[in-house]
Design a protein around this ligand. Structure first.
Ligand SMILES: Nc1nc2c(ncn2[C@@H]2O[C@H](COP(=O)(O)OP(=O)(O)OP(=O)(O)O)[C@@H](O)[C@H]2O)c(=O)[nH]1
Ligand SMILES: [Mg+2]
Length: 247
């Protein structure tokens, strides 16, 4: 998709062009998923508003898992390479992918990003999408799971205002909970209720990258999903081997 056909301009785009873009993205996402699956890399698409704490939750996980799991990050960034620099400074393998029209990553860009880093030895690949609650949810990248980071400073209503991204989330990290004492007006139970009502399969962790509160649950979620992925991979490989045997 080029700058002219950014997400805000779909109305001016012929339907066939929209369909062509979507099907091209789906094909590339399938290719990415196959490559990642074959290499046993667990890929997580991290979405959320600008400054919701996406890089911070990746940093916190990567630091805690250092020496235990090999972590890499593809950072979607419109104008800078700051997130990738910040992650590399923390010893995490990271590359920047320029975002489409500033509002989301697509599967082609993720493929290009993969070519910029030694990804096939990784255990977990975080794909930090552009800060946006609308467009990123519409583009499959080839990830295994979708995680949305929603900070407490964004208020209670975001799940209702942007339902699509929350509906398809496998996990929501409610971030910056260390700030709750400074937000007397926020009704956290209302926020959680809105998430439960919006998510297809509600799973929520309250987290502070700053204080470390909730970090162990975030790590546990990653580890369980990563392990489940390894078991699925092994089962799929066995199935493929059996099919070859009886072919
Ligand atoms: N108090 C507090 N601040 C946080 C926490 N996590 C992140 N921040 C701050 O929030 C700001 C944004 O954090 P980032 O991790 O850069 O957020 P991001 O979503 O990656 O931002 P973009 O990539 O620009 O969309 C920074 O100033 C962080 O220091 C947290 O748990 N508690
Ligand atoms: Mg960031």
């Amino acid at each position: 998709m080029n700058e002219t056909y950014g997400c805000g301009n779909h109305d001016s785009m012929p339907l066939e062009v929209q369909q062509w873009i979507v099907s091209g993205n789906e094909q590339m996402a399938r290719h990415n998923r196959e490559q990642l699956l074959k290499a046993g890399v667990f890929a997580v698409n991290l979405m959320g508003s600008p400054a919701s704490g996406k890089t911070a939750v990746i940093e916190a996980a990567a630091r805690a898992l250092a020496g235990w799991r090999r972590i890499g990050v593809l950072s979607g960034d419109l104008a800078t390479v700051r997130d990738a620099e910040r992650l590399r400074a923390a010893g995490i393998s990271a590359a920047t992918v320029a975002t489409v029209a500033g509002c989301h990553l697509d599967a082609q860009q993720v493929q290009r990003g993969l070519q910029m880093m030694p990804w096939s030895d990784l255990d977990i690949l975080f794909i930090e999408n552009a800060g946006n609650l609308l467009c990123p949810g519409q583009y499959d990248l080839g990830q295994a799971k979708n995680v949305v980071v929603l900070s407490v400073t964004e208020g209670e209503d975001e799940p209702l205002k942007y339902p699509a991204v929350f509906r398809n989330a496998d996990l929501v990290l409610v971030s910056k909970v260390d700030l709750l004492p400074h937000l007397p007006e926020l009704r956290i139970e209302r926020l959680l209720d809105n998430l439960v009502r919006t998510m297809a399969e509600p799973r929520v962790i309250l987290l502070s990258a700053q204080s470390g509160s909730g970090l162990s649950l975030w790590l546990e979620w990653l580890e369980q999903r990563h392990q489940a992925r390894v078991v699925v991979d092994a089962a799929e490989l066995m199935e493929a081997a059996e099919m070859m045997e009886y072919a």
